[in-house]
Ligand binder design. Structure first.
Ligand SMILES: Cc1cc2nc3c(=O)[nH]c(=O)nc-3n(C[C@H](O)[C@H](O)[C@H](O)COP(=O)(O)OP(=O)(O)OC[C@H]3O[C@@H](n4cnc5c(N)ncnc54)[C@H](O)[C@@H]3O)c2cc1C
Length: 465
């Protein structure tokens, strides 16, 4: 027998390691699919994302049963569980997919050592990304140079689902714990992911570049303005090659402006690839500044401001709308995602690691590479080619939330305030704010004061002052 160890890849389609295991399978040595319920690892995830992942695993079990097999589920440390399962099933090889997070790599090494000790072979595949980071340079000064190299590497087609014949005729009575039914989640599993993507390919991708920053549109048609594929991608419910191929098919079928929109979507996927590339070569991405100059920055230890930020009570309407979207849905649109991260690290001068930890707990689409890479980029400690980038939360709202539709959706205290006043809220007089919306917060830091302080502190760290 051959074991396939499902990690964060609860799908049978477009799964590199599973496809490789199926290719190696014979009639006498079919594949036994396995999921190890590792409470320690699952405990590091936010409750929402953990529940979503476990729902995918239940859907995966159903799929294996449709194929005449089953998912073997065991609880414990993979380094102990996998050798014991290999002995139980007489397996002489275990296949799985690579991960780049240091804790996952260490876990994988423990598994490999334990299996080697038991005389069982291991086979690890690249599945998470379209281009293996090892095929590219170690570092790039900016995204466009990364993209130049990355786009030249040919991309694979999606891997097929294994034939039923390649799978062992096993039956396993065990399953993962039923996640908390009260947690409101999108539909789970590969089919739901595929459906979401098909809908976006039908309506959305050919206007993506025009709508991706349009916040009113994101309220009116949330899954058309952007794809909302990140929850599925980050939990492995769908493979990245499938997304690439789907976008490629639409690209081939359209022309002109529509093509440019599709291309923009593919370009955005390259950001995700760059974040994995970054993590691959910088395993301490979540804890250490990527650039060294920010090591000089004395971040402010302001618990009250941090609490106001997490609660969406900063008195900056776009920041508060974004944080409330995050708290309510476990998702935050990319535009406010950047604005809230910039506000915390620049206007409030609070350490990006605190913000990243909060996101980790809340996000249903938390991705170790994209989250920490995204925080570092926004905090100007990361790969951005600009030394200090500060998003002005007022002009961002004016530019991207015309009519304050997004803000009003999440900040009902501002429902009856004219749109122009909502946008300018932090710059109005206290008296005017109290007249317009007495329930809503006053700004916890001045717009110019926060901006200038950040500018000064970063420039001092850069040795420019
Ligand atoms: C501070 C911060 C934290 C972030 N944390 C995460 C995270 O934990 N998980 C996560 O998936 N993304 C993260 N991002 C990136 C981005 O905000 C989300 O990928 C995007 O908003 C997801 O929504 P979508 O699927 O509708 O995106 P779409 O606009 O439809 O984009 C399609 C896909 O492209 C990829 N993508 C787009 N932009 C980026 C980007 N800047 N970086 C990496 N991948 C990108 C994602 O896989 C996304 O699903 C973060 C960005 C910032 C600034």
């Amino acid at each position: 027998m051959i074991l396939f160890w499902h990690r964060r890849d609860p799908r049978t389609r477009d799964n590199a390691g599973l496809a490789a295991a199926a290719r190696a399978a014979t009639a006498d040595d079919p594949v036994v699919p396995v999921f190890v319920y590792d409470a320690d690892l699952l405990g590091t995830m936010g409750a929402r994302q953990r529940a979503f992942l476990l729902r995918h695993v239940s859907a995966l079990e159903d799929r294996y049963r449709e194929l005449g097999s089953d998912l073997v589920v065991r609880a414990g440390e993979p380094g102990e569980v996998l050798p014991s399962l290999a002995a139980e099933y007489g397996a002489d090889a275990v296949f799985y997919n690579e991960h780049y997070r240091a804790a996952e790599r260490n876990r994988q090494r423990r598994v490999e050592d334990a299996l080697a000790g038991a005389g069982v072979e291991t086979d690890a595949r690249t599945d998470l990304v379209l281009v293996d980071p090892g095929r590219l340079e170690r570092s790039y000064p900016n995204h466009s140079q990364f993209h130049d190299d990355w786009q030249q590497v040919p991309k694979r087609e999606p891997y097929p689902e294994p034939d039923a014949d390649a799978l062992a005729d096993v039956s396993d009575g065990k399953t993962v714990p039923e996640p908390d039914a009260d947690i409101d989640l999108p539909p789970a599993g590969y089919r739901a992911a595929r459906q979401r993507y098909d809908d976006f390919l039908d309506v959305g991708i050919t206007s993506y570049n025009d709508t991706r920053d349009d916040l009113p549109r994101a309220v009116e048609a949330p899954t058309q303005a952007v794809s909302r594929m990140s929850p599925y991608l980050s939990t492995g419910a769908i493979g990245i090659r499938e997304l690439w191929a789907g976008a490629g098919d639409v690209y081939d079928a359209v022309t002109g402006g529509e093509r440019r929109n599709v291309d923009k979507y593919r370009y955005e996927l390259s950001w995700r690839e760059q974040m994995y590339h970054l993590l691959y070569y910088n395993p301490d991405l979540a804890v250490s500044n990527y650039k060294s100059f920010p090591n000089e920055i004395a971040w402010r230890d302001d618990d009250a401001a941090f609490e106001a930020w997490t609660a969406g009570e900063t008195g900056y309407p776009l920041v508060d709308a974004g944080m409330r979207q995050l708290n309510q849905e476990g998702y935050i649109h990319n535009r406010p995602r950047q604005v809230v991260a910039s506000f915390l690290t620049k206007h409030l001068l609070i350490d990006w690691r605190r913000g990243a930890r909060y996101f980790t707990k809340q996000l249903i689409d938390h991705d170790y590479a994209s989250n920490h890479g995204g925080w570092q980029w926004t905090a100007s400690t990361g790969t951005d080619s600009v030394d200090v980038r500060i998003f002005d939360p007022v002009s961002q709202a004016a530019k991207y939330d015309d009519g304050a539709r997004f803000i009003r959706e999440y900040v009902p205290e501002l429902e009856d305030v004219p749109a122009g006043k909502v946008i300018d809220w932090p710059t109005l007089s206290r008296r005017e704010r109290e007249t317009l919306a007495p329930e809503y917060a006053h700004p916890i830091v001045g717009r110019n004061e926060g901006y200038e302080r950040a500018q000064r502190v970063f420039e001092e760290a850069l040795g420019k002052r």
